[in-house]
Design a protein around this ligand. Sequence first.
Ligand code: DX5
Ligand code: ZN
Length: 221
Amino acid sequence: MKKILAPSVLAADFGKLAEEVRVAADAGAEYIHIDVMDGMFVPSISFGMPVIQSIRPCTDKVFDVHMMVEEPGRYAEAMKKAGADLLCVHQEACRHLNRTIGEIHSLGMRAGVAINPATPVSMLECVLDQVDMVLVMSVNPGFGGQEFIPYTLKKVSQLRKRLEYLGLKTDIQVDGGINLGNVRQFLAAGANVIVTGSAVYHGDVAANVRAFMKEFEEFQE
Ligand code: DX5
Ligand code: ZN
């Protein structure tokens, strides 16, 4: 499957956010991963629609919005207006997941569903054929710069096998603690959309993006 890099701007310098987005996009990242936190679903608060809207003109790359928000369906329309292309909601945060996925699609966005490390892959069984992407969190969401939890790799391979069995070519995204030293393990497990915050935004952003793209090219399935 096509491998996609999704730099998380949570680790960027917010004082020059537009430039940070542009540099990653120009260096070859196909998605811009945007972490929205509400202080309820996760302990921290990040930013919301006005910030997303203000960076939308920087690039036409895919805005991949990760909603770490309770009942994220409440904001689907506002997120679409702000510029989201792909809206990813947590299974744990949606009382009516099927309805929320339907709302996202009816607004013309792609729909992703995320699961926390302690949520089994089987929780998604009923929606696997409805979603465009599954995000398997490799850390507990809420903060950048954490170490990835090794057992989440097993969940990725379990999910890839299940999708193949069902004849689905759904994207699997992984997010949290991914760097140049461990990204191959995630690719080998079956992930194809790689989120990375600190490993891109700490240091030379363009060089870091290119280094990930090189890993993707050199990786043998
Ligand atoms: C964690 C966020 C991640 C985070 C990744 O709650 O969802 O997207 O920014 O950052 P790193 O790559 O530093 O773990
Ligand atoms: Zn994220």
